[in-house]
Design a protein. Structure first.
Length: 527
């Protein structure tokens, strides 16, 4: 049986404006326009992996996501003829799923390619990753780019070609465009903007940005958001339409992406979340290990290091001991700086491989565990406390609350918990929040909790929502309170969420179960 969607012609015409944003081959997923309904309204999406846009459609109570050939989108206004709209139809013909557009002016049918499609809206950077923002009028922003682009070489094979370095940024209350022409120097433009905050600049393709601005009305006020890292897109939005553009990566950023891929492979996804010093925390347990890319070194270097001692004076004996150790060590070296002893391995970033990185991490860990305790005992200095041990001490103090009654959280451990146990057996408390102490964006953590919930159901368990909170209530972490699953399965879920540990609670006891090793700590539930 055929199914169809009545779409007004003005909505089809709006979708046609997305066609320049897709790739030229409709046999590829990015060669089609995507029409999606979320149960209340439709929206249209197009992307070529560098540019993307999401525009609103009409009201729609269905749930679907359909890849539509650009030929169907183009033909829609012909199919509509003199009517107000054209019908998008799904049917089966000769055992093949087809999509078509039909109306009083004609029809067009094509076999469904069945492509998957990226969720473009998930690529919009979270607010905490935005470095600069401003509000601009679409026409003025477009004119600025046009003026900056006016003198350029024409490349008939690639109309988006631009011979100069074109930088877009915000600074001092203005949107700035800096163009650096080969052998000519720079040209600098400023557009005074509203709500302009932050300071950042990224290199972009100006033709691509202009094509996105043209999706908006000339008097629309656009919120421009530029993220901290070039691995994420800049965004433009008028509150309904959202457009995204990937910056042009410099050689340094291409190298960074390669290094981060290896770090993720060796150390997991949390290791590529840089800290405030722009370092990669490779290991947040035992010895706190970091990596740093030195682009100015020749060659560019990945420095793997750990502060293995602090509060130690650079006495002649200490320096002599470090020299002796370095003379007899391979791969790693020790040095004193600013009252600290660091262990370090330098690796060529361009030729880095996973084996080298694993070896560097292992060698520094061996130095920290085998050599540093003796050095500290003889010459003084303090060893940092295991960061995982610090986190575990906080977990021990946590109050776990569960939504035993819908809409109401009840403590299930601690002095305020009821003596009567409200569950049919032991429960496991699992969360996607703050894995290993890392504060991810709320949307990411919510997604992890959703995956945990799906795992619980897949293992034939049941759950209610809950939270872990500090005794003073200042810190909370939304959690899943699950029962009917095995301990090993619960630990596996915690490992997938990159957690240090999970809780297991029954009517008499709270157990903190490590997701890293076999350690279990226990204490009375009502204490």
């Amino acid at each position: 049986m055929d199914s169809w969607i009545e779409i007004p012609l003005d909505e089809w015409e709006a979708a046609q404006r997305l066609l320049p944003l897709i790739t030229v081959d409709e046999r590829a997923p990015l060669g089609q326009v995507r029409l999606t309904s979320n149960g209340s309204s439709r929206y249209w999406t197009a992307t070529d992996s560098v540019r993307a846009a999401v525009i609103p459609g009409g009201a729609d109570t269905s749930d679907y996501s359909i890849g539509i050939s650009p030929n169907i989108v183009r033909f829609s206004t012909i199919a509509g003829g003199t009517a107000d709209g054209a019908r998008l139809v799904a049917r089966e013909a000769n055992g093949q799923q087809q999509f078509g557009v039909t109306g009083p002016g004609g029809s067009l049918w094509l076999d469904d390619m069945g492509h998957d499609f990226p969720d473009v809206l998930r690529s919009v950077p979270a607010d905490d990753r935005i470095e600069g923002r401003a509000t601009v009028v679409a026409r003025e922003f477009h004119q600025l780019l046009h003026a900056a682009q006016e003198y350029r070489e024409v490349n008939e094979d690639d109309p988006a070609y631009f011979p100069a370095e074109f930088w877009l940024g915000v600074k001092d209350g203005a949107v700035r465009v800096n163009v650096f022409w080969p052998n000519c120097g720079g040209t600098f433009y400023e557009l005074v903007a509203g709500d302009c905050t932050g300071q950042v600049a990224v290199r972009i393709n100006p033709s691509y940005l202009r094509s996105l601005i043209e999706l908006f009305g000339p008097t629309d006020e656009l919120q421009l958001r530029i993220p901290r890292f070039v691995s994420e897109p800049i965004t433009l939005s008028n509150g309904e339409t959202t457009a995204l553009l990937m910056p042009i990566q410099q050689e340094s950023e291409i190298l960074r992406a390669k290094v981060e891929s290896l770090i993720k492979e060796v150390c997991g996804p949390l290791a590529v979340i840089r800290d405030d010093d722009d370092d990669y925390p490779l290991q947040r347990r035992s010895t706190h290990l970091f990596a740093r890319i030195l682009f100015d070194a020749d060659p560019a270097t990945l420095q793997v290091f750990a502060v293995v001692l602090h509060s130690i004076e650079p006495t002649p004996d200490v320096l002599a001991e470090l020299n002796d150790l370095n003379a007899n060590m391979t791969y790693a070296r020790l040095f004193h700086v600013d009252g600290q002893v660091l262990a370090e391995v330098d690796l060529a970033a361009e030729t880095l491989d996973a084996h080298e990185l694993r070896t560097a991490i292992r060698r520094i860990r061996e130095v920290a565990e085998d050599i540093i305790p003796t050095l500290s005992a003889v010459h003084g200095g303090a060893i940092f406390e295991d960061p995982a041990a610090v986190r575990l001490s906080q977990y021990r103090a946590a109050i776990i609350e569960a939504e035993v009654t819908p809409g109401r959280m009840t403590a299930i451990n601690g002095p305020e918990a009821p003596a009567a146990w409200p569950f049919p057996g032991p429960v496991h408390v699992i969360t996607g929040w703050n894995p290993q102490g890392v504060a991810l964006s709320d949307s990411v953590q919510q997604d992890i909790n959703l995956r945990i919930a799906e795992d619980i159901v897949r293992y034939h368990g049941r759950f209610v929502h809950g939270q872990g909170r500090s005794p003073d209530g200042e810190h909370t972490e939304p959690s899943l309170i699950a029962w009917g699953i095995d301990r090993d399965d619960a630990v596996t879920m915690g490992q997938r969420a990159n957690q240090d540990s999970i809780f297991e609670i029954d009517e008499s006891e709270v157990r903190l179960i490590s997701c890293v090793d076999s350690q279990i700590e226990a204490w009375p539930r009502l204490s």
